[in-house]
Design a protein around this ligand. Structure first.
Ligand code: NAD
Length: 340
């Protein structure tokens, strides 16, 4: 039974759907944007889910519709400290980390620790339980990429001391740690490099372009476009991203794999689209580009298609419609600034 508050029917475009029934999954970062959708989908597929979160950037509201009767348990835990859960565990999905540029600027040390020590503890939990481990990595490991689109073979162009480095380098270290456990044979691991994901439950104030533009458009405030808006983003709807995570966890492919939508759009076009879809009269306001802002990001998803049988199925307009519908009920009508 889909959860009554699920914002839309979820796509079933992978063979992964049978892998989770009757299994137990731990999701770190469960109270966050992607984590809460992942918990919901795992429960829909018949899994027991233990959500772990310290509520640094997530909200219990995101999980308030999930309850023990559905097979859901929640623990307030900081993964930077060793943690365990009672009983058998089959999968550990490690998503705990601040993820938006504003969040990791606010919490730089916590971001480094979540990626480093937090990942170590999540791997140790998986090792102790003989569970499969999945790291939610990021396209940020490619930095400001010099090749387009980015395939998993590209090693990236990352500034190790710039303001984004606390996130980029923490995730690169997390990938190294995960690969180390895989090579040693201690844990069966998966690494998913998630590209920009959007959808219901993003916070209006998290600084990323989609929620910021929607918030500004709904409030009738100027829509703040960074630079001249010619930089591109590839936006994947959250239900597609969640299917990608599940497909990766269920597959035998252990190399890093990109999960994202290869459809590229300029930030300016995105602002115009959101303004039109909300029926807003907001003007566009051009603001300085943040430091180390990537000019182009576009995933090569050949590996996901070949090894996971996954590709996104939700067109941008449909995803934006669902996100705007949700935001109309949940966003405060206050001013915001986009940095993504
Ligand atoms: P989010 O901020 O909404 O969720 C992250 C969750 O992790 C929050 O609930 C937060 O409270 C929790 N958390 C942070 N530090 C923790 C700690 N030490 N212990 C326990 N919980 C902790 O972010 P999101 O967008 O849902 O991202 C989830 C994951 O996906 C992150 O690992 C992020 O790096 C990755 N990712 C997201 C995107 C995207 O576009 N949203 C893109 C690439 C990668």
């Amino acid at each position: 039974m889909p959860h009554p508050q699920a914002p839309h029917p979820l796509p079933r475009n992978t063979a992964a759907v049978s892998a989770f029934a009757g299994r137990t999954a731990v999701v770190t970062g469960a109270a966050g944007f992607i984590g809460s959708h992942l918990c919901e989908r795992l429960l829909d597929l018949g899994a027991e889910v233990v959500g772990v979160d310290n509520l640094l950037t997530g909200r219990l509201d995101n999980l308030s519709h999930l309850c023990p009767a559905d097979g859901f348990r929640f623990r307030t835990d900081d993964v930077v400290r060793p943690f365990t859960v009672a009983g058998p565990v089959d999968f550990v999905f490690h998503l705990a980390s601040p993820a938006s540029p504003l969040d990791y600027a606010r919490h730089p040390l916590a971001t480094l620790k979540a990626g480093a020590t937090g990942t170590l503890h999540a791997l140790e939990l998986a090792g102790g339980k003989h569970a499969r481990f999945l790291l939610a990595s990021t396209s940020e490991v490619y930095g400001d990429p010099l090749v387009h689109p980015q395939s998993e073979r590209y090693w990236g162009n990352v500034n190790p001391v710039g303001p984004r480095s606390v996130y980029d380098e923490a995730k690169r270290y997390a990938e190294a740690l995960t690969s180390c456990f895989q090579r040693a044979g201690d844990v069966s691991t998966r690494i998913v490099r998630i590209f920009n994901t959007y959808g219901p439950r993003m916070r209006a104030d998290d600084g990323r372009a989609v929620p910021a533009f929607i918030q500004q458009a709904l409030a009738g405030e100027p829509i703040t476009v960074a630079g001249d808006g010619s930089q591109t983003r590839s936006l994947c709807f959250v239900a597609d991203t969640v299917e990608g995570l599940l497909a990766a966890a269920a597959a035998e492919h252990t190399e890093p794999v990109n999960v994202g939508n290869p459809h590229e759009i300029t930030v300016l076009r995105l602002a115009e689209e959101i303004r039109a879809m909300t029926g807003s009269a907001s003007p566009l306001a051009f603001v300085p580009l943040p430091a180390d802002d990537p000019k182009r990001r576009c995933p090569d998803i050949t590996a996901a298609r070949d090894h996971l049988g996954w590709e996104p199925v939700i067109p941008l307009r449909d995803g934006l419609r669902r996100t705007i519908d949700w935001a109309e009920k949940h966003f405060p009508a206050a001013r915001n600034t986009a940095t993504a």
